[in-house]
Design a protein around this ligand. Structure first.
Ligand code: GP9
Ligand code: MN
Length: 413
């Protein structure tokens, strides 16, 4: 295991970050709207059930924005909250538990805090109770100015299901708040309806359930379709509110919706006649969609291998914030020089050509097992990165980057 201390962290932030200088500040001064799309896996994009698209709106968006086809979630037991933690901090989540719950009082250098220095206001919107995942506490630590949780919404028996407010009324009630935020702002919207066990009244289902032996897999497609409709509504409402042209809009899937335990159902989805999945398949199923819409830019499909850890450096760079001096594990997804890699919390590592998982090495192109020596550098890199990130969180080491800390320490002395 590696060992990190405060000096090593300071050395790290002096390094030149890997990025695509052409895009530096491409969205300078714009609002940033990030949508955490509940349980949405990449296989739903361009997928059809009984001849109908599951995500008609996102499929269009894939052609009119930057769409990342090899983007992996990196969450652990903290699920949605881990995705939030990773994307705002470019740190890994913890091997067990949710860092939102175990380390909410650490010093972090999160996106809202960095943006606040540039005059941004930041807020989170979510139709569930404020203390779920200890969000109310953690959001203050991360530097959010306001959390619009359950109590800011009109929630009734009709407009809610499962954990809370359904996505369509959520969008309807969120946009008026967005309109009133001081600009520029960073707003995070967390959707909810596409959550296990994927419940939705029949009148609201816009496509047929997927014909599967597994009812969870069947229903999943109907709630994904519903979430897609809510995003379509959001875009049209943002246009009407005059927010579309001056906002970068980012949509990412937070984590898988269908776990490997639903092997047969997933195999049906992937069209596997033997109804079996390999460890290679299970890794590739951890891809989640990522869309980045930058006003005035055309967008395209980007196949670089990356993960949620890369969002913070990617977005800050687009907004014209110099990453030198920022501590992050990821890199700018638009960079052509970046190390194409995604490291999962369980030690699985994906590169451009290889997948290391469960102590086996797979050729990425064929999915066949290959010489395990080829994956050794990946395995080591994965272990080192996860250890470093863990040490930072366990030791609360980022406090040594905070200039206030030095001052405080001097006063105490
Ligand atoms: C709860 C929602 C879902 O507020 O974010 O949480 P999950 O179970 O996906 O972590
Ligand atoms: Mn979730």
């Amino acid at each position: 295991a590696s060992s990190v201390d405060a000096d090593e962290i300071k050395k790290q932030v002096k390094k030149d970050p890997v990025n695509n200088p052409k895009l530096f500040g491409a969205a300078k001064g714009k609002n940033l709207i990030v949508i955490s799309l509940e349980s949405t896996q990449n296989f739903v994009i361009d997928y059809k059930v009984n001849g109908k698209e599951v995500t008609p709106f996102l499929n269009k968006l894939a052609r009119s924005s930057f769409y990342f086809t090899n983007f992996y979630h990196q969450t652990g037991q903290g699920k949605t909250s881990d995705a939030e933690f990773i994307t705002d901090n470019s740190l890994y989540p913890l091997p067990r538990g949710a860092v939102f719950q175990t380390h909410p009082l650490n010093e972090y250098e999160a996106t809202p805090e960095i943006l606040k220095d540039k005059g941004y206001y930041s807020a989170v919107f979510h139709g569930n109770n404020k203390s779920f995942w200890n969000r109310d506490v953690m959001y203050q630590t991360l530097g959010y100015d306001q959390y619009y949780s359950e109590e800011f919404y009109d929630i009734t028996e009709e407009n809610s299901i499962n954990y809370g407010l359904k996505d369509i009324p959520f969008v309807e009630q969120t946009v008026p708040y967005l309109k009133d935020l001081p600009q520029p702002f960073y707003a995070k919207l967390i959707t909810l309806t596409n959550h296990h066990p994927y419940l939705l009244n029949e009148e609201e289902q816009m496509i047929d359930p997927f014909p599967s032996i597994d009812p969870i897999v069947s229903r999943y497609f109907t709630t994904v379709r519903y979430a897609d409709e809510s995003i379509k509504l959001l875009f049209s409402k943002l246009k009407k509110a005059g927010l579309y042209d001056n906002s970068v809009i980012v949509i990412y899937g937070d984590h898988y919706g269908i776990s490997e335990r639903h092997e047969e159902g997933l195999a049906e989805v992937l069209g596997r006649e033997d109804l079996e999945l390999t460890p290679f398949d299970n890794v590739q199923l951890q891809r989640v969609p990522l869309f980045i819409h930058v006003p005035g830019m055309e967008g395209k499909k980007i196949n670089t291998v990356g993960g949620q850890i890369d969002l913070k450096p990617t977005l800050l760079h687009l907004l014209g914030i110099n990453l030198k001096g920022d501590y992050h594990f990821g890199s700018d997804l638009f960079s052509k020089k970046r190390d194409e890699i995604a490291i999962f919390r369980n030690g699985t590592v994906i590169s451009k050509d290889l997948i290391y998982t469960d102590e086996a090495c797979y050729d990425k192109l064929t999915g066949e097992v290959t010489d395990s020596a080829l994956c050794e550098p990946l395995a080591t890199k994965g272990e080192e990165e996860l250890d470093r990130s863990d040490e930072i969180i366990y030791g609360d080491l980022l406090r040594f980057l905070d200039p206030q800390h030095e001052k405080k320490a001097a006063v105490e002395r």
